[in-house]
Design a protein around this ligand. Structure first.
Ligand SMILES: NC(=O)c1ccc[n+]([C@@H]2O[C@H](COP(=O)([O-])OP(=O)(O)OC[C@H]3O[C@@H](n4cnc5c(N)ncnc54)[C@H](O)[C@@H]3O)[C@@H](O)[C@H]2O)c1
Length: 312
């Protein structure tokens, strides 16, 4: 049986990934310092193949014991998003970059690493240009810079894959409602209003469960896919912000859309992304944007706002 280590496994992506891998019979160890919700993995403790440890990934001496024992590592622990990293610059560098560089140096070459980068590093691309994996990453925010450096370190070792993820949406065990689609659906539902800046800035989106399927796909076809970078997004959801609002308004018809001037995203993002490379390996997303919006509406209508977290 393969042993899997997920750092940051209590987070939005990690808790869904741990749940899926346990359901497939893998042995999963989660490391997390429990910065946010503590109960995202409560449902897994009944499974004998699941173990959890409250540890900070910066504690290399302790982490080495876990690196030694595992065949596949998903290093997800991070301060995620530009605002959180700006507020905690030192910790952002230590967690998002130094801990990954230390891990990459320490692992043996046979161990597998599947790393999640952000595609926000594509920054502002030329109009009409579609970013593929050869487009240089040019991150502006500390978040993007630390993730880029970690991707480079990960890919210097032999058995690694880096996924450049689009903005994730959908309901999870931890619900991040700072992510754009989640945040807009929440606001449209609760306040019937969407206030947006940079309305024509383009972005790519992807459902949480499709990301988890992409992680699994990389593990299944690892030998064929290794030593590569893949964009992972929903090719049909390369949309400007205003187009995204209109998709939400198709379902929440009373939503009023207001454009705000003189405000901008700290992580400048205006690009469309090609996901062709991973699609050519046989992976394809299953969840349409409209279905994700409906799922979010159903969840936001059922739970209290205290069930939703922001990363800042
Ligand atoms: N969600 C997205 O849209 C997206 C897009 C691209 C890349 N990613 C990457 O995917 C990964 C997971 O993102 P997420 O959305 O699940 O974020 P998240 O904030 O929900 O999860 C991060 C987890 O890491 C843990 N953590 C933070 N610092 C730690 C430390 N020092 N030691 C141990 N654990 C620590 C937190 O407690 C949290 O559970 C990150 O590496 C992120 O950069 C996410």
């Amino acid at each position: 049986m393969k042993n899997v280590l997920i750092t940051g496994g209590c987070g939005y992506l990690g808790s869904m990934l741990a749940t899926q891998l346990i359901s497939k019979g893998l042995k999963v160890t989660v490391i997390d310092n429990l910065m946010f919700k503590k109960q995202t993995l409560k449902h897994l403790f009944i499974n004998k193949n699941f173990t959890f440890h409250e540890i900070d990934v910066r504690d290399l001496a302790t982490m080495k014991k876990f690196y030694n024992k595992n065949d596949i590592i998903f290093p997800l622990a991070a301060l995620v998003g530009a605002p959180l990293c700006e507020k905690n610059k030192k910790a952002a560098k230590e967690i998002n970059e130094d801990s990954i560089l230390n891990m990459a140096k320490y692992l043996s070459k046979d161990q597998r690493v599947i790393y999640p980068n952000t595609n926000s590093g594509y920054g502002i691309s030329e109009k009409q240009k579609i970013c593929d994996e050869n487009t240089p990453l040019n991150p502006i925010s500390l978040y993007g810079i630390t993730k880029k450096r970690s991707e480079e370190a990960i890919l210097e070792r032999e058995n690694s894959i880096s996924l450049r993820l689009a903005t994730v949406f959908g309901v999870g065990y931890r619900n991040r409602n700072d992510l754009l689609v989640n945040f807009f659906v929440y606001n449209a539902l609760k306040f019937k209003k969407l206030e947006i800046f940079e309305p024509n800035f383009r972005r790519n989106y992807i459902h949480l469960r499709d990301i988890i399927n992409a992680f699994e796909h990389c593990n299944t076809y690892f030998q064929k896919m290794k030593s590569n970078i893949y964009n992972v997004g929903l090719s049909k959801a390369n949309l400007t912000k205003i187009e995204l609002c209109k998709e939400i308004k198709k379902i929440l018809k009373e939503t009023k859309i207001k454009i705000i001037k003189n405000k901008s995203d700290p992580d400048k993002r205006d690009y469309f992304v090609s996901n062709k490379k991973i699609e050519e390996t046989g992976w394809k997303p299953n969840i349409r944007l409209q279905d994700g919006i409906k799922e979010l509406i159903s969840a936001y209508s059922s739970f209290s706002s205290s069930d939703y977290d922001r990363n800042y």
